[in-house]
Design a protein around this ligand. Structure first.
Ligand code: FEO
Ligand code: CA
Ligand code: CA
Length: 661
């Protein structure tokens, strides 16, 4: 009954990659990264077993659970002049910096023998799209291969979160058919590209044995406690252990053994439940927002597995964190169910003194939660294979932020009070599939849309999280304000910060504070008034705490919000650098019209900053009208191109220095 796509090979045509055990010796993986910036005295503390600062290490050794105040352990000073807000259809950066467009939607990935050029009239076939960059780049991570001063080479894994079908196809969504469906699916997922820098210029290596596309129809394994569960079995997959595809890949994470994590966020929008006509009764509808007939996309038209009436378990196979090994292009990606199922934003790594890996994760929807996952075992730095299933065994927690500034991690383990069969959780697998419902039982704190988390690389117990906005906070029938979400009609959002007990990310208690309330400090309405020290921003989303000590902030003021009178004069979406110690914020980049800034990673020498420009030309809610985005933006190709394209940027200093300081 269910249609599926048999193509499994377009993205994975390499067979000659060396086995990783021999390869790892040649790699400059995060573990072996050496100091790279002037005066830098620390390894990547967050990735180093020995990197704990002295105070925290002493506390950990003593088994203390003492709560310590928020602290950044490395001084930082911002070394550039902030730039003004802007509305131009360009990328603006400070004086002394330069921008290169590296990899835009439609650019060839670099599959040997299959490198179709992008066609601005959208006439690339679905097979060609499967060998090209997908649409709407989001989270990404650079994995160094060679770091030899003037010459650098590495792999970049990049999420392609969603499509604007108005732009993707000739004629937009009109005359929707199976080929348009396949092209849309091919434009989702992940790219792995090989890139190199020579004489200051970055380029994509084509062809590359590492080049790969993971799409919405690539076979992916389900692993961990929910794998094989009855709720994950379908007519096509009686085992409940293999899914076709990943999509809605929003923010990301990485592991210390050099794998990439891609996080499934707004997967619910791809499913239709026609028979229920918008009023379905299941837990996916009640708690995960699965809609009826008007799902936005038309995937169910041509592939019945996206009709949740016909395939009620298919939605359960999405909403996970997916691990991809960029160094092994033939290795099957794996959905790691132990990390829970929700609308995953990202999964930010911290490494505990014990060597256990901790991943902080936001669930991006109004009044949803912040989670963390703690692996049961330490990671093995000497045997990469030994880490292969490390993410299948561990403990998932959800956060409660108390009014007195303390906080607790509540354990989402089957058998705990409220998490038993009589409450609807027959086993840990069912609990994980229904993570949101389990978190409800524990009294976790309902947050203002948790987006990215960022861990201080010099203190593995200090974490920041963007709470992008929540216009429903305090509305009738909705939760009111609380200490951690203190503003009603929170249009600008805030950034929360916490420090784990003993600076140990495996701790069950923490102290928290609000790092910044976004919005203009001069706003009349207290709910919209910020306390930012420096350049203003709102609807912060991307967040990355760099080894330089800079906390990088990227904004995503959405189409509907940017037209609100409260955002008047705020201009295009932007990226800023914050000093976590002083709270000072400076604007570093302003994007082209209609874009959001997202995705952030650095080269091994920290002299190149990679960021993504996503969806230039929004609003594109008129998915079927290809003219709409083009009327707003034609970045990056300009008037002679016309069709706006999401793209990865490489940003360097003209003098070749370290970014931001
Ligand atoms: Fe895809 Fe919550 O951003
Ligand atoms: Ca986001
Ligand atoms: Ca966002």
């Amino acid at each position: 009954m269910t249609k599926t796509y048999a193509d499994k090979s377009a993205a994975c045509n390499t067979s000659d990659n060396p086995h990783f055990s021999s390869l790892i010796e040649q790699l400059d993986l995060p573990l072996s990264r050496r100091n790279f910036f002037a005066g830098g005295g620390a390894l990547l503390a967050g990735l180093s077993l020995s990197g704990l600062p002295g105070v925290a290490a002493a506390a950990a050794r003593a088994g203390q659970a003492a709560l310590t105040p928020p602290q950044a352990l490395k001084a930082v000073s911002l070394g550039f002049a902030g730039i003004p807000l802007g509305t131009d259809d360009t990328v603006k950066v400070p004086a002394g910096y330069q921008v290169q467009v590296l990899y835009a939607w439609g650019d060839p990935v670099g599959l040997s023998g299959n490198m179709p050029p992008f066609r601005q009239d959208a006439s690339n076939s679905w097979q060609e799209q499967a060998a090209q960059a997908g649409m709407h780049h989001d989270g990404m991570r650079y994995f160094p291969l060679v770091n030899a001063g003037s010459r650098q080479r590495g792999l970049m894994a990049i999420n392609h979160e969603y499509t604007d079908d108005g732009l993707l196809h000739v004629g937009g969504m009109a005359n929707w058919n199976a080929d348009k469906q396949k092209k849309a699916m091919a434009a989702h997922g992940v790219s792995v590209i090989e890139i190199e820098q020579r004489d200051g210029q970055w380029s994509v290596v084509r062809p590359s044995r590492y080049a790969r596309r993971v799409t919405a129809y690539t076979p992916i394994a389900l692993s961990g406690p929910a794998a094989g569960h009855a709720l994950l079995r379908t007519a096509d997959d009686a085992s409940g252990r293999e899914v076709l595809g990943t999509f809605a890949n929003c923010a990301n994470g990485w592991t210390p053994w050099g794998t990439y994590l891609t996080c499934e966020e707004n997967w619910h929008g791809y499913f239709t439940d026609w028979s229920d006509n918008g009023d379905p009764k299941g837990f996916n509808a009640k708690r995960y927002g699965l809609k009826g007939a008007d799902a936005g996309y038309r995937w169910a038209d041509a592939d019945f597995r996206f009709d949740a009436q016909l395939n009620p378990n298919e939605p359960n196979r999405f909403g996970w964190v997916v691990e991809i090994d960029p160094f092994e292009p033939d290795a099957k990606p794996v959905k790691r169910t132990a990390l829970g199922r929700f609308k995953h934003e990202g999964a930010c790594l911290s490494v505990a003194p014990s060597g256990q890996c901790v991943f902080y994760m936001g669930d991006d929807e109004k009044f949803e939660y912040i989670y963390k996952f703690v692996t049961a075992k330490a990671w093995n730095k000497n045997d990469r294979k030994a880490n292969r299933n490390l993410l299948d065994d561990g403990t998932l927690y959800v956060a409660r932020f108390n009014a007195d500034g303390s906080g607790e991690w509540l354990e989402l383990s089957h058998g705990k009070p409220g998490l038993t069969a009589e409450h609807g959780f027959a086993d840990q697998g069912e609990l994980l599939i229904k993570t949101r419902l389990a978190a409800d039982k524990l009294g976790a704190t309902k947050m203002d849309r948790p987006e990215w988390t960022a861990v201080n690389p010099h203190n593995p117990g200090e974490v920041f999280c963007t709470l992008t906005n929540n216009s429903d906070r305090g509305k009738e029938g909705k939760p009111g304000t609380d200490a951690a979400n203190p503003r009603a009609n929170n249009l600008f959002g805030h950034i929360i910060r916490w420090v784990e007990a003993g600076n140990d990310p495996t701790a069950k208690q923490f102290n928290w504070s609000i790092f910044a309330l976004a919005g203009n400090p001069d706003a009349k309405d207290a709910n919209h008034r910020g306390n930012i020290k420096g350049d203003i921003f709102g609807s912060q989303d991307g967040l990355y705490y760099a080894e330089t000590g800079i906390l990088w902030i990227q904004t995503d003021v959405s189409t509907t919000t940017i037209n609100a009178k409260e955002y008047a004069g705020m201009g295009n979406n932007q990226m800023l650098a914050a000093n976590p110690q002083t709270g000072e914020v400076r604007r570093f980049l302003v994007g082209p019209r209609g874009c959001e800034l997202t995705g952030i990673t650095f080269s091994a020498d920290h002299k190149t900053l990679f960021v993504n420009i996503q969806h230039p030309g929004e609003p594109s809610s008129e998915r079927s009208d290809p003219a709409k985005p083009q009327a707003i933006s034609n970045w990056p190709d300009g008037p002679d191109g016309g069709r706006p394209r999401s793209a990865t940027l490489a940003i360097t200093r003209v003098d070749g220095g370290v970014i931001g300081i």
